[in-house]
Write a protein that binds this ligand. Sequence first.
Ligand SMILES: [Zn+2]
Length: 308
Amino acid sequence: MSSTLFIHHSQFDQHSVPPSHPESPLRNLAVETKLRQTGLWQDLSVQTCEMVHPDTFKKVHASGYIDQLYRIAPPKGMILADADTPLMFNTLKATEEAAGSGIQAVKQVLSGEFKNAFCAIRPPGHHAEPNKTVGFCFVNNIAVAAQYALTHSSINKVVIFDFDVHQANGTIEIFKNRNDVMVVSTFQHPFYPFSHAFSPSDNIINIPLEAETASTQFRRLIEGKVTQAISSFKPDLILISAGFDAHTDDPMGGLDLIDEDFYWLTKLSMSLADTYANGRIVSMMEGGYNLEALALSAHQHIQALAGQ
Ligand SMILES: [Zn+2]
């Protein structure tokens, strides 16, 4: 059996946004197609997402906010939850699966069944704040996973490493001022979501990057900072918010990373996980909007996780 778990949705077209929207079901399809074409699919243990009850979202979101999402969700068609974020008739089921996959993955990685896991899920989550939708995100999937992991007796400290081109504003809002979670976020700055680049508390490690930062400079800039932050925190588990929109071909981001940078980033994370966290990593998909760049970058990330 593979040591890497891959979790995907029960149907690929859940959260069926209008065709013009970049955060589309085609993203998941592109990733899976690439994994099958390259043969990596055969080396993964594939599972379908298990849904989680929406009360679980309330561990990291305001109760009233979650209740309101369920109240306003349309029985058919769509409404806009905010200017960027369409709430479809089938969004909340996808959200229950997306957040559920993190719990499912954490459970099996902590039990030792798998060394690590990748959740190919959407909608993404890292912009979702305690009480509002932001930038395509409704429920903060990685935060739900982190909060769940901390209920295990063996897990006292969790690192969330977010390498999406956009700052993890939601994850930061949820976990600032905590001593059991460290959030390390690398992101283009100044850039959407235009939240503060300074750190609101000691457990938030913001690593802002200038537009057009490319591979060599990126690796030099983040290697020291990420390694230093995670080494000083000594987490029992590393969670990754895996956004692939820092790729040079991404239509939304302005950084210039290449496919192989995502392999390198993953190996860096794995080496830190080996040192502090018994190798345990759970990674959840965030952004990435050029389908080919997304597929190639995710392939590099998963290939590294699978030990290749
Ligand atoms: Zn992003």
